[in-house]
Write a protein that binds this ligand. Structure first.
Ligand code: FMN
Length: 212
């Protein structure tokens, strides 16, 4: 009796007094999320099928749910679905030819500046300054995006754009990006044959408890 009460008390404290069966729901939610994360893999071959707009919106919704330093949310996205556009952003980059059958390509971009009133003068005019955390923010966005792709049964591959000048240049030009916007990652995605397997990267030796 005591332990049942203690369990109930614990559940209420840790779970904002949700119904008693929520532990089972939580376990199943946790399993689904873990499966999603552990099944994500870089897929580099697609069948060319287009991605429905509702699925693309979900993927971008997940991307924009990412955390960001000071909640600045510096991300912008350019969604491409036309092969002629793929050609222009891949210009001179032979490694990207394998992605020509992508159902879509999302270019994750970052506004490297932030425009807001200053701390010293919070009621004053907005001032534009560099945002030192934009790289971290768009990395989180890109991972969220990959996980949402996986959740929808599609595959994707994070391909580096920033910080390589030769890779960024054709993307910048083709997409007409403003100077303060960096093309961070080019993410081809699409339906695939399901043969690519996730890698097992679990390595307890990488974990240091307390100190190195
Ligand atoms: C910052 C970054 C840049 C990457 N650039 C490329 C790339 O240019 N081309 C590519 O095929 N894969 C690229 N990848 C995918 C990695 O090769 C891949 O994540 C890694 O091999 C681990 O495999 P997994 O994603 O299947 O777990 C990149 C991944 C990251 C995080």
């Amino acid at each position: 009796m005591l332990s049942a009460a203690a369990l109930l008390f614990g559940a209420c404290c840790s779970n904002e007094c949700q119904p008693a069966d929520s532990a089972a729901t939580q376990a199943s939610n946790a399993e689904a999320v873990m499966n999603n994360i552990l099944n994500r893999k870089s897929v580099r071959s697609y069948n060319g099928d287009t991605i429905p707009a509702a699925i693309m919106e979900n993927i971008l919704r997940a991307a924009m749910a990412a955390p960001s330093g000071m909640n600045i949310q510096p991300w912008q996205f350019v969604v491409l679905t036309d092969k002629s556009q793929y050609e222009t952003i891949f210009e001179g980059n032979g490694n990207m030819q394998k992605f020509m059958e992508s159902g879509a390509i999302v270019v994750v971009c970052a506004d490297t500046t932030v425009t807001r009133p200053t701390r010293e003068n919070p009621d004053g005019p907005a001032v534009t300054s560099p945002n030192p955390m934009w790289r971290d923010d768009v990395a989180a966005v890109t991972e969220n995006l990959l996980l949402a792709v996986e959740a929808h049964g599609l595959g994707a591959c994070w391909t580096a754009c920033y910080p390589f000048p030769n890779t960024m240049a054709p993307v910048r030009k083709a997409l007409g990006l403003p100077d303060n916007v960096v093309p961070y990652a080019v993410v081809p995605m699409g339906y695939h044959d399901g043969t690519t397997q996730p890698k097992d990267k679990w390595d307890p030796a990488r974990i240091h408890y307390g100190r190195w």
